[in-house]
Design a protein around this ligand. Structure first.
Ligand code: FAD
Length: 426
């Protein structure tokens, strides 16, 4: 019989339960990806996606198969391919977002006699598998972390050895990726290489992950987002290393927000916490200055410029920039989160909106009035100012930590910088 494996955010052959099971049980398999021209993307993310698909295609060709590529509405195209090859079933990875749930529902409705099977793989522990005593989802991280550690994990599955396509199927064309910023080549091959290198230093994570100029985090988030790297495979491999627990805990945060989103599909638009103060300004000018990195607050501008240039931002800078927008400028967290969604390679509804709600104090946070002082954060996590100078060339000649407070420079130096006054520091 024949199975269609619809790839979504699981662009890998290793530890891909949907692909593994289809290759184990069906004589012929169509590994399929549908490019959706209506899906929002940025040039950086599009590049990463196309590189990941090219890499996946190469891996599948190496196993005798191919990646079949179609363009259009993912559900309609999948159903068309399934009918073209007269498939018995469609397999895909389950996902927590409302978009994914709609896709799953529509596939089931349109598949008729064909089966539609959902597989794990998007998270370490599937959203909904770990529940509170009352049967609900977890709202607070620490108890979730404890339950998550104690939960049984499925086994990591091997890459299929052979993929047999139905005869005569047109593999379809994959557009060439445009040249990007060069940061993080997309794909499973690059992702696995990064994992291997990263595991060598995972024990240092706790000491260095907040060091802004040092880039001491794994930078695996785009690979995890597109599923080039299996989160379970990564968590399992990391757990065998000394001192890896603080890193594994971060992977648990990712699962945590997936189960929050699964239980609260409005995470993108509504305050998660009932009764949360959710009144904000719509200030276009402030939002634009923030997005383009011209707020006049060096650490904020450095973070935002890193985001726009590289499609990635250090977590500490994400916290500081998001806090500045919401708590200093009073601008709606939804507008800031949408800017992040547009630029981030790892843009992810669960993680992005979950974290934005945490910063804004509308989420599961127990300290809703927390706000980060950007100057203190800069001095603490970028003590010599190297991170700011790397991304804000107007300040490249300001030495040491003085770069965090350019308004304290003497008048003539200050004016020569062509760097704006802070929008606000209050
Ligand atoms: P590492 O520190 O090496 O962590 C390893 C992995 O753990 C990450 O790749 C990520 O998958 C997960 N992780 C780490 N921190 C978090 C966290 N706070 N919440 C959830 N998962 C986490 N992460 C995204 O993947 N997509 C987003 O859209 C996103 N938006 C964010 C928005 C804001 C306002 C904030 C404060 C954080 C956001 N994060 C998001 C979380 C975090 O900043 C990134 O996952 C991290 O910076 C990615 O870098 P890394 O891979 O080097 O992380």
């Amino acid at each position: 019989d024949t199975a269609v494996v619809l790839f979504t955010r699981d662009l890998r052959v290793h530890d891909n339960p949907a692909l593994h099971e289809a290759c184990r049980t069906a004589a012929k398999v169509v590994p399929l990806f549908v490019l959706d021209p209506s899906a929002p993307s940025s040039p950086n993310r599009q590049r990463f996606l196309l590189e990941s698909l090219a890499d996946l295609r190469e891996s599948l060709r190496g196993k005798g198969g191919d990646l079949v590529v179609r363009e259009g509405d993912p559900v309609e195209e999948t159903l068309k391919v399934a009918s073209e090859v007269d498939a018995d079933g469609i397999a895909l990875a389950a996902d927590a977002s409302p978009y994914a749930h709609r896709r799953e529902r529509r596939l089931v409705e349109g598949a008729g006699r064909r089966s539609v099977k959902l597989f794990p793989g998007a998270t370490v522990v599937p959203a909904g598998d770990v529940r509170t005593g009352g049967g609900g989802h977890y709202k607070v991280f620490t108890p979730y972390w404890r339950a998550w550690q104690a939960a049984p994990h499925r086994d990591v599955v091997a890459a299929p050895r052979k993929v047999v396509l139905p005869a005569g199927i047109d593999p379809g064309r994959l557009p060439e990726p445009a040249a990007g910023s060069g940061f993080a080549a997309g794909g499973e091959t690059a992702g696995r290489k990064r994992v291997k290198a990263w595991l060598g230093s995972v024990g240092d994570y706790d000491d260095i992950h907040n060091d802004l100029p040092g880039d001491g985090t794994s930078r695996l988030s785009p690979y995890l987002h597109f599923g080039c790297v299996s989160p379970l495979d990564l968590a399992t491999a990391a757990s065998t290393r000394d001192g890896a627990e603080p890193f594994v805990r971060q992977l648990c945060w990712r699962d945590f927000y997936a189960q929050v989103l699964a239980a609260f599909p409005d995470l993108r638009t509504k305050a998660y916490r009932p009764g949360a103060d959710d009144t904000w300004k719509k200030d276009r000018n402030a939002l634009e200055a923030w997005e383009s990195g011209h707020t006049g607050v060096p650490i904020v501008d450095a973070g935002m410029r890193q985001l726009v240039d590289e499609g990635w931002m250090h977590n500490r800078a994400r916290l500081v920039t998001a806090s500045y927008l919401t708590k200093h400028l009073g601008v709606d967290w939804r507008s800031g989160a949408a800017v992040f969604m547009h630029h981030l390679l790892d843009a992810d509804v669960a993680n992005n909106y979950g974290n934005w709600q945490w910063v804004a104090g509308t989420g599961n946070d127990t300290r809703p009035y927390r706000r980060f002082n950007p100057i203190r954060q800069g001095l603490r996590f970028d003590p010599d100012g190297d991170y700011v100078r790397r991304y804000v060339p107007e300040l490249a000649d300001v030495p040491g930590k003085a770069v965090h407070t350019p308004w304290d420079l003497d008048e003539a130096t200050r004016r020569a910088l062509k760097y704006p006054e802070p929008l606000t520091l209050d």
